[in-house]
Design a protein around this ligand. Structure first.
Ligand code: 5AD
Ligand code: SF4
Length: 441
C-alpha cells in the first residue's frame, strides 16, 4: 500500500485529543502515515472545538491558512471533524470552499470510507448523523512509542444541559461503554508500555447508568486497579452533583487512584449556579471538598470557573472570590462566559459587558496564581513519587515526571527511568512546575 501522509491538528479538550488519536489509528489502516510537516500532507484534518467562541475563531483562522496549500496542491484533501463540524454541518462548506469533508462527533468511524469516496469522485461530503453509540469508541489507538500515559474513553455524550454549554447538543446523549471493553483496552495499553490511564467522559460519576449490569464508576476503577502493569489511574471530568461518598472513599481505598480530582465548580454564587442549571449549592460543593480532604489529606483539587455569566452581579462575582479564598484550589481553569447558539443561557437577559468580564477574569486569575504558588511552595522539602513521562521541555539533560497530584517536576535522571516510578525531594517550587532531586527509595 502506498504511503499517504496525514496531518492532524486538534483544538479543545482531552476528549478531542483522544478522538484524534482514534482517527490516526483508523487511517493508518488505510495507508495514511502521521506527519508533523503540513507541507507533506495528502490529508489535513482539523479536529475542532466550539465550547467557546475563541476556540471556534482559532479554527477559522487555521482553516484560512490552508487555502494556499490547497491552491498549490488541488489533490490535497481537507477535512474538519469535532464539535464545530457537528454544529455547522453543510454550512461549513459555504464558509470554507476549500473543504472536502465535514464529519461530526459520531462519524469518526466513517472516515476511511468517506476518503475512498472523495479520492474517487472528488465531491464534497458532510456526515453529521448521530448514532445510538459512537462506533469509533472501541477503536484501539496504539500509544506513541515511549508513551507512559494514555486516555481511555469510558462514556460518551452528556445529559446535563448546563445552561451555558453546547456539549449535549454536539456530542449527543450520555452512554456508558461496557466495562469488559474498557478493561480489554486498558490491558492492551499496559502491554504497549502504558503505566497510567486517564478515564474520559463528560460526567464520569454517572458511569454505568445506561448499563444493565449495575456496575458503577467506583467498581470500574477498582477493576482497573487489579491490572498489574497499570500503576496509576486518573479520571476527568466529574460533576460535583454526582460525586458520591463511595467515590470519595475510593481515593482512600484504591492505592492506584491518583490524589487529584478536577471538579468544576463554575461559580461561587448559588443564584448563578441555579441559573446555570448545575444542580448543587456552594455549601454542598464545599462539603464534598471537605470530605475529600478529610479522607485524602494531600489530594489536589482543581476546578473550572466561568466569569460574567448572564446576570452575574458584582456581588455574585465577589461570592466566587470568597469561595476561592475558602477552598484554595491547587489550580484553576477560568473563562469569560462565551455565548453559544442554541443554549439556554443565550436567551437570558442582563448580559455582562466584555470589558467587565475581562476585569473579573484577570482579578480572579491573579488570586489563583497566588494560591497555586502557595500550594506548590508548601511542597518544598517534601518527598514526592513521580511517574517519569519523558525528557523535560526545559532542558535536554533533565527528565519530567508528574506527582500523583498532577504537578510537573523536572529533575536530573537517566533516560531508562522513563515509565518508572521514582522518588524525588522537591527543592524549588514555581507557578507551573516544581524542581526536584532523586532520592533512593
Ligand atoms: N463559556 C465559557 N466557558 C465555558 N465552558 C463551557 N461552556 C462555556 C461557555 N459557553 C467551560 C466550563 C467547562 C469547561 C470545559 O469549559 O467551565 O467546565
Ligand atoms: Fe457541558 Fe455541563 Fe455536560 Fe459538562 S456537565 S459537558 S458543562 S453540559
Amino acid at each position: 500500500m502506498k504511503n499517504k501522509y496525514l496531518y492532524i491538528q486538534t483544538f479543545g479538550c482531552q476528549m478531542n485529543v483522544h478522538d484524534s488519536e482514534q482517527m490516526v489509528a483508523l487511517l493508518s489502516g488505510t495507508g495514511y502515515k502521521l506527519t508533523d510537516n503540513i507541507k507533506l500532507a495528502d490529508l489535513i484534518i482539523l479536529n475542532t472545538c466550539s465550547i467557546r467562541e475563541k476556540a471556534a475563531q482559532k479554527v477559522y483562522s487555521e482553516l484560512g491558512r490552508l487555502v494556499k496549500l490547497k491552491e498549490q496542491n488541488p489533490e490535497l484533501i481537507i477535512g474538519v471533524g469535532g464539535c464545530l463540524a457537528q454544529h455547522l454541518g453543510t454550512k461549513f462548506h459555504k464558509k470554507a470552499l476549500h473543504l472536502d469533508i465535514v464529519f461530526g462527533t459520531h462519524n469518526i468511524h466513517r472516515l476511511p470510507q468517506l476518503l475512498v469516496v472523495i479520492e474517487r469522485e472528488r465531491k464534497k461530503i458532510t456526515e453529521i448523523d448521530f448514532y445510538k453509540s459512537i462506533n469509533s469508541i472501541g477503536v484501539f489507538a496504539p500509544p506513541q512509542r515511549g508513551a507512559v500515559s494514555a486516555f481511555v474513553t469510558i462514556m460518551q455524550g452528556c445529559n446535563n444541559f448546563c445552561a451555558y454549554c453546547v456539549v449535549p447538543y454536539l456530542r449527543g446523549p450520555e452512554m456508558s461503554r461496557p466495562a469488559d471493553d474498557i478493561i480489554e483496552e486498558v490491558k492492551k495499553l499496559a502491554d504497549c508500555g502504558i503505566r497510567e490511564v486517564t478515564l474520559l467522559g463528560q460526567n464520569v460519576n454517572s458511569y454505568g447508568k445506561t448499563l444493565s449490569n449495575g456496575l458503577n464508576f467506583t467498581s470500574l476503577i477498582k477493576k482497573i486497579g487489579k491490572i498489574s502493569d497499570i500503576e496509576r489511574i486518573r479520571f476527568t471530568t466529574s460533576h460535583p452533583r454526582d460525586l458520591s461518598d463511595e467515590l470519595i472513599n475510593c481515593f482512600a481505598e484504591e492505592a492506584k487512584l491518583c490524589e487529584h480530582i478536577h471538579l468544576p465548580v463554575q461559580s461561587g454564587s448559588n443564584r448563578i449556579l441555579a441559573l446555570m442549571n448545575r444542580g448543587y449549592t456552594v455549601e454542598e460543593y464545599i462539603k464534598k471538598i471537605d470530605n475529600l480532604r478529610k479522607l485524602s489529606p494531600s489530594i489536589s483539587i482543581t476546578s473550572d470557573i466561568i466569569v460574567g455569566f448572564p446576570g452575574e452581579t458584582k456581588k455574585d462575582y465577589q461570592e466566587t472570590i470568597d469561595m476561592m479564598k475558602k477552598i484554595r484550589f491547587d489550580s484553576l481553569f477560568s473563562f469569560k462566559y462565551s455565548e453559544r447558539k442554541g443554549t439556554i443561557a443565550q436567551k437570558l437577559e442582563y448580559k455582562v459587558e466584555e470589558s467587565e468580564k475581562l476585569r473579573r477574569l484577570e482579578q480572579l486569575q491573579m488570586l489563583q496564581n497566588q494560591h497555586t504558588l502557595e500550594k506548590n511552595t508548601a511542597l518544598e522539602g517534601s518527598n514526592q513519587e513521580l511517574l517519569v513521562e519523558g525528557k523535560s521541555k526545559n532542558s535536554e539533560n533533565d527528565l519530567m515526571g508528574r506527582t500523583s497530584s498532577w504537578r510537573i517536576v523536572n529533575f536530573k535522571g537517566e533516560l531508562e527511568l522513563i515509565g518508572k516510578l521514582v522518588d524525588v525531594k522537591i527543592s524549588k517550587a514555581y507557578l507551573h512546575s516544581l524542581r526536584g532531586k532523586m532520592v533512593n527509595k
